[in-house]
Design a protein around this ligand. Structure first.
Ligand SMILES: Cc1cc2nc3c(=O)[nH]c(=O)nc-3n(C[C@H](O)[C@H](O)[C@H](O)COP(=O)(O)OP(=O)(O)OC[C@H]3O[C@@H](n4cnc5c(N)ncnc54)[C@H](O)[C@@H]3O)c2cc1C
Length: 422
């Protein structure tokens, strides 16, 4: 089964940051054979961050977020198809598409990202309940977001927090319902969560901490969200952001191992021959961070590029130190590393003044760092404070805590001089 040219193509599934970057990298690296990129989302590959921020607030269109300009694909002979991959047969090196077609591949990249977890509750199908991942979903929320209307945001992870901020900025009255004590507490901890909570409250978001939604109510469309304690929160619409699950197409046989995503090694290889995975869908073995699956834009870009190089036979382990950012109101937070547990949160700067770097330490070792309104992009500015933090993480550094938190000590030199834990 060939693509009609006699040579099986490199096939990329997914038109997000990872898939789009992989296609571009194949060509950048000089691969001249056939490349097919299949995505169920119409349009060209693009990045999602503006969907909860500037695009939602109608401050920019998506042009600046295209992975490559619209005419790049034809000019570079990349066959872009809007279709869905419904099954993968690794033994036959073949895919079944939603359109009914079959397609053979020489190497396959699954960059299929994540799909929103959906609440299965009474009333969950009422019009007016929204989730956010695609442009179409964002456009639907935009139509609802008229000043003076009331929204319930369910979940205060990154999507929930950014939605609460953007909708507030659009003049919508926001009530946020979430488990736990503070927004973002699960990822960033209590101290940081308390700060974020205070910022949302200051912007007149009503925070219902520890709240659990048990039902949606309405006759024609959503009118209220009902909580476990009996409170009925009246609203015009709701946006639910309760996390994603990896989006993995059906795979014939048991040929591809999965566990919280597609398991890949340091070279983005799955357990199935010639099948690779990258981005939000891939649970990858990282030389510094161990086995991780992250949901970050910059990581998806680097992972997609690494997968493409690996498909071309290059053997460079993917050791990028993950980072992400979030914009809420006039604030920017930047995070580098990956800490799921820590026993110390060491602050450089002032939590009270809201300008600081917080370090997540485990047994004295820097696992991750978060910068709040400190400037300096770890991705683009190698001399920045956050880039120095990424180097501390990469080195498993165990710095002196006093020096780490001392604003007058240079973090950049600390990143190269500190003792390594291993
Ligand atoms: C609203 C929003 C805001 C965000 N903001 C930030 C931010 O500020 N900072 C940050 O670091 N990260 C942010 N993220 C996360 C970041 O966008 C993701 O980490 C990134 O999109 C992952 O890229 P990906 O290519 O792995 O997956 P995706 O972008 O999800 O792309 C996967 C693609 O695969 C397609 N697909 C899936 N299954 C199939 C199939 N079977 N057949 C065909 N096509 C398929 C999907 O339709 C989709 O087009 C945000 C995410 C969202 C949703």
């Amino acid at each position: 089964m060939s693509d009609g040219t006699g040579t099986r193509p490199m096939v990329i599934v997914g038109g997000g940051k990872a898939g789009g970057t992989a296609a571009a990298t194949l060509r950048d690296e000089g691969f001249a054979g056939p490349v097919v990129l299949i995505s169920r989302e119409p349009g060209i590959p693009f990045g999602r961050p503006p969907l909860s921020k500037t695009y939602l607030r109608s401050e920019e269109d998506l042009t600046g977020w295209y992975i490559r300009p619209p005419d790049w694909y034809e000019a570079n002979n990349v066959d872009l198809r809007t279709d869905s991959v419904v099954a993968v047969d690794p033994a036959a090196h073949a895919l079944a598409l939603g359109s009914g077609q079959e397609l053979g591949y020489q190497k396959l990249l699954l960059a299929t990202g994540g799909k929103n977890r959906r609440l299965q509750l009474p009333g969950a199908e009422l019009p007016g309940i929204h989730y956010l991942r695609t442009v179409a979903e964002c456009d639907a929320i935009k139509r609802e977001a008229v000043a003076g209307r009331r929204v319930v945001v369910v979940g205060m992870g990154f999507i929930g927090c950014e939605m609460a901020a953007s909708l507030t900025q659009l003049g919508v009255e926001v009530t946020a319902v979430f488990p736990g004590k503070y927004p973002l507490e699960r990822v960033l901890g209590e101290q940081f969560g308390a700060l974020i909570g205070a910022i949302h409250r200051r912007n007149r978001v009503r925070l219902l901490a520890g709240g659990q939604v048990v039902a949606f109510q309405g006759t024609e469309r959503l009118e209220a969200v009902v909580l476990a304690d009996g409170e009925r929160v009246g609203c015009d619409f709701a946006v639910v952001g309760v996390g994603i699950d990896p989006d993995v197409p059906a795979v014939a046989g048991s040929a591809m191992a999965q566990d919280n995503g597609i398991l890949v090694d340091e070279l983005c290889r799955t357990s199935a021959a010639d099948v690779y995975s990258a981005g939000d869908a891939a649970n990858h073995l990282h030389p510094v961070l161990g086995r991780v699956r992250v949901e970050h834009y910059n990581s998806a870009e680097h992972h997609g590029a690494a997968a493409a190089r690996s498909m071309l036979g290059r053997a460079d382990p993917f050791d990028y130190i993950h980072n992400f950012w979030s914009d809420q109101y006039e604030h920017i937070l930047q995070y580098v590393g990956h800490a799921t547990s820590w026993d110390d949160f060491a602050v450089r700067g002032s939590l009270e003044d809201g300008k600081f770097v917080g370090f997540y330490l485990l047994a004295g070792v820097v696992r991750a760092a978060v910068g709040f309104d400190r400037g300096g992009d770890p991705e683009w500015e190698p001399d920045s404070e956050m880039a120095a933090c990424a180097r501390l993480v990469a080195r498993h550094a165990r710095p002196n805590r006093g020096v780490l938190t001392d604003e007058s000590a240079d973090l950049r030199s600390l990143a190269t001089a500190t003792e390594q834990a291993r």
